[in-house]
Design a binder for this molecule. Structure first.
Ligand code: GLN
Length: 192
């Protein structure tokens, strides 16, 4: 059985743990840097990317997270987690972890639509996936190696670049675990 960590500094942690377990993997809340060594893949949850960044720095997670990415292990960023992964953030000079070749824009679905649900077609995952968007970012542009998995109203909301998976919405907030399952499969394949 593969073991998947969920970065547990802030945000929707418990829900991801449940989704990972429902997808047939062992799940671990990561609160200490040393725990990263125990897992084969890592979920970066939604929440608030600036708060998460502050806690990442405070607890010395930045270098270990970059090393984790360099080791080739899969990472799945959802919402704020997607922002943490991306190499470029519109309006900001520096990225956070900055390993996935995409550019994101924060809070980009407009004020009136602070949160909403939309039915999404996600390539290789589902044609009827309900995405829960909460002050969500979207992916403005992607590099050559990045595969666009889903768009909503012409905006990219899910993408994959080899070991990196990211989405704008919160897949852990519904009982539909197909995207979590897709990530657990990525982790299994990378371990083989
Ligand atoms: N708006 C948040 C940010 O910019 C992301 C929101 C979320 O994760 N639900 O970090």
């Amino acid at each position: 059985m593969v073991k998947v960590g969920v970065l547990g500094l802030q945000g929707a942690v418990r829900e991801h743990i449940r989704a990972v377990e429902a997808s047939g993997a062992e799940a671990l809340v990561i609160k200490k840097v040393e725990q990263l060594e125990e897992v084969d893949g890592l979920v970066l949850p939604g929440g608030e990317s600036t708060t998460m960044r502050r806690l990442i720095d405070k607890y010395g997670f930045m270098e270990p997270l970059r090393e984790f990415a360099q080791s080739g292990k899969p990472l799945f960023g959802t919402c704020a987690g997607l922002i943490l992964l991306s190499k470029e953030i519109a309006g900001y000079e520096e990225p956070h972890i900055g390993v996935m070749d995409i550019k994101v824009e924060r809070n980009s679905f407009g004020r009136q639509r602070e949160s909403f649900e939309a039915k999404l077609s996600i390539q290789g995952v589902a044609e009827d996936f309900i995405g829960v968007f909460i002050r969500a970012p979207h992916i403005v542009s992607v590099g050559d190696e990045v595969e666009v998995l889903s768009e909503h109203n012409g905006r990219i909301v899910a993408a994959r670049q080899g070991q990196f998976l990211g989405c704008s919405f919160h897949p852990e907030l519904t009982e539909d675990h197909r995207l979590a399952q897709y990530f657990v499969n990525m982790v299994k394949e990378s371990k083989e």
